[in-house]
Design a binder for this molecule. Sequence first.
Ligand code: AKG
Ligand code: FE2
Length: 162
Amino acid sequence: MDDVTGKERDPTTRSYGPTRPFDGAQAPTIPDAFKMIAQTANSTASEFPQINPDICIVNYYTNFGKLGLHQDKDESESSLTKGLPFISISIGDTAEFLFGNTRDKDQATKINLESGDVLILGGESRLLFHGVSRVKTDTAPSWLKEETGIRPGRINLTFRQY
Ligand SMILES: O=C(O)CCC(=O)C(=O)O
Ligand SMILES: [Fe+2]
């Protein structure tokens, strides 16, 4: 697998760079094992191009966590024009995930993203509005809690190519 230097995202300016904004630390590379999972998932969605991820955003949601409807459009113009997919992996408690063509949550479609679910938005769906309306308390698989001691809440990883 190619060794692509990771990028850090500055949530304030919504831009990507080689270093972490608050302390200047170099962005680490994405572990090969993580990349492998993302790229294997990517290859099952054969209608979308294959990416070589250089960004992995990790979001942790407590059981009160939410994320408003938004579009992911901070990646390069070329990446967005080509509709390069992002691959999202959910771990822990189930999320109620919304997506739609506008920012209006009343018109959005609601699905559950359970632990282990993979969601891929690419091609024409790359710029869909999406967000998390709630995280459902104590819905993580019991084996996951027992084997890892994962704390309550949800972890989401999204892999992208800048
Ligand atoms: O947590 C999720 O499922 C979505 C995360 C997301 O939309 C993002 O990081 O841009
Ligand atoms: Fe997003």
